[in-house]
Design a protein around this ligand. Structure first.
Ligand code: G3P
Length: 217
C-alpha cells in the first residue's frame, strides 16, 4: 500500500519524507489556498518545490472544466517535473482528458469520485489513479469504506490497472480499513500516518526496558 500525504504544507511533506515511508503527495486548490499559495506562477513553483522534497508521484489539479483547458493546463503541469500526475475532476470532459493523457503517456488522477460507476468510467478511460473521497461520504452518513470495497471488486473482476487512491482519509482507522480492503494507495493528513505509530503498551514497554537497563548499568 502506498502512503501519500494530502497537503501543500512543505514542512509536513518534509516530515513525512524524513520518516521514510512516503510514496507521494496529493494537493488540491483548497489545500494550496490553505497555505496561502495563490497566483499561477506561485502555484507552479510550489509544485516544483514539492517535487524536490519527495521521490514519488505528486498530484497537481487543473482548474479548467473544459477539455481543451484541461489539456492545456495538464500539459503545462506535466512539463514541470516527471513526478507530476495531472489531477482531473470526475466530469465528462475530465474523463475525455484522462483518455487523452493516457494516450500521451502522462499519468492522471481522477478526483471527486463518489460512486462505483464513476470509478468504472475512470478506469475505462485509463486513469492512473482514481480518488474516491471516503471522509466526505462518511460526513453525509454514507459508508465511504464500502465504496472502496465496491471499486476493489469491480477493478479485480476485470483486471483494471487503475490504482484505487483512497482520498479524504481523515484518521488512522480509515488507513487501516483501506489496507484491509486492498486500496492501492491512501492519501491523508500527516496525522493519519503518525497515528499509526501509537500504542500505550509500546510506550509502557519501552519505559520498562530502559528502566531495567539502567538498573544493571
Ligand atoms: O484527497 C482529497 C482531499 O483533499 C479531501 O479531503 O478532508 O477535504 O474531505 P477532505
Amino acid at each position: 500500500m502506498k502512503f501519500f500525504v494530502d497537503t501543500a504544507n512543505l514542512d509536513q511533506i518534509r516530515e513525512a519524507q524524513d520518516l521514510g515511508v512516503l510514496d507521494g503527495v496529493t494537493t488540491n486548490p483548497s489545500l494550496m489556498a490553505k497555505e496561502g499559495i495563490t497566483g499561477k506562477e506561485n502555484i507552479l513553483n510550489h509544485y516544483k518545490a514539492i517535487c524536490e522534497i519527495v521521490d514519488g508521484d505528486v498530484s497537481a489539479e487543473v482548474i479548467a472544466t473544459d477539455f481543451e483547458g484541461m489539456v492545456r493546463e495538464g500539459e503545462e503541469l506535466a512539463a514541470l517535473n516527471p513526478q507530476i500526475v495531472v489531477k482531473l475532476p470526475m466530469i465528462k470532459d475530465g474523463i475525455k482528458a484522462a483518455k487523452y493523457f493516457k494516450d500521451k503517456g502522462i499519468k492522471t488522477n481522477v478526483t471527486l469520485v463518489f460512486s462505483a460507476g464513476q470509478a468504472l468510467l475512470a478506469a475505462k478511460a485509463g486513469a492512473t489513479y482514481v480518488s474516491p473521497f471516503i471522509g466526505r461520504l462518511d460526513d453525509i452518513s454514507t459508508d465511504g469504506l464500502n465504496l472502496i470495497a465496491e471499486i476493489r471488486e469491480i477493478y479485480d473482476n476485470y483486471g483494471f490497472e487503475t490504482q484505487i487512491l483512497a482520498a479524504s482519509v481523515r484518521h488512522t482507522m480509515h488507513v487501516l480499513n483501506c489496507a484491509k480492503i486492498g486500496a492501492d494507495v491512501m492519501t491523508g493528513p500527516l496525522s493519519s500516518i503518525l497515528g499509526l505509530l501509537k500504542h500505550p503498551l509500546t510506550d509502557i514497554g519501552l519505559e520498562k526496558f530502559l528502566a531495567d537497563y539502567k538498573k544493571g548499568n
